[in-house]
Design a protein around this ligand. Structure first.
Ligand SMILES: [Zn+2]
Length: 167
């Protein structure tokens, strides 16, 4: 589980202003653990806050990085007023840092599952799906053959009966 970080050579302008600023892909490096960017909305989001911020600890402005999306690019790297740094907060127990810890814990727990085991299970399922498809296809062609027999050569059941009688 990692933030969705799309790297574009150029990000769309968020406003028609003359001196608008664009989203910078270098911010993904700077805020690699949480920053997400939506090209369709031209907005930034915080993955761990979205996933793990408890209702009780949702302070004012919480939805900026989770629901509405952050778009005030000029507030980024603006000295000490960097909105991203403000979002993270200096307190190790800030809403964001708590959410980040929760997401890291989840990641650690999921790493305990052997990757080979996951691949084995996945490939097993893929094979199953192929088998099911094969059976489905064969089943369909069998039905087609059966219908052809029924239409062209009379009832299959009576043929079987004939064979049974002869045998
Ligand atoms: Zn956050």
């Amino acid at each position: 589980m990692s933030p969705y970080q799309i790297h574009l050579s150029k990000y769309p302008p968020s406003s028609p202003e003359k001196h608008h600023r664009l989203f910078q892909s270098s911010w993904f490096v700077q805020f690699a653990s949480w920053l997400e960017y939506s090209p369709s909305k031209d907005a930034a989001y915080c993955l761990p806050c979205y996933l793990f911020t408890m209702k009780a600890s949702r302070r004012f402005g919480w939805d900026t990085f989770t629901i509405t999306g952050f778009t005030s690019w000029k507030k980024i790297n603006d000295g000490t007023n960097c909105a991203f740094l403000n979002h993270v907060g200096q307190d190790p127990c800030s809403c964001h840092n708590n959410a980040l810890k929760s997401s890291e814990d989840l990641l650690k727990r999921s790493q305990h599952i052997d990757k080979n085991e996951i691949y084995r299970v996945l490939s097993h399922h893929c094979l199953d799906i192929q088998n099911i498809r094969g059976q489905g296809y064969d089943g369909a062609s069998n039905i087609w053959v059966l219908n052809g027999k029924l239409q062209g050569e009379g009832p299959v059941v009576s043929n079987d009966c004939t064979v049974a009688k002869n045998g």
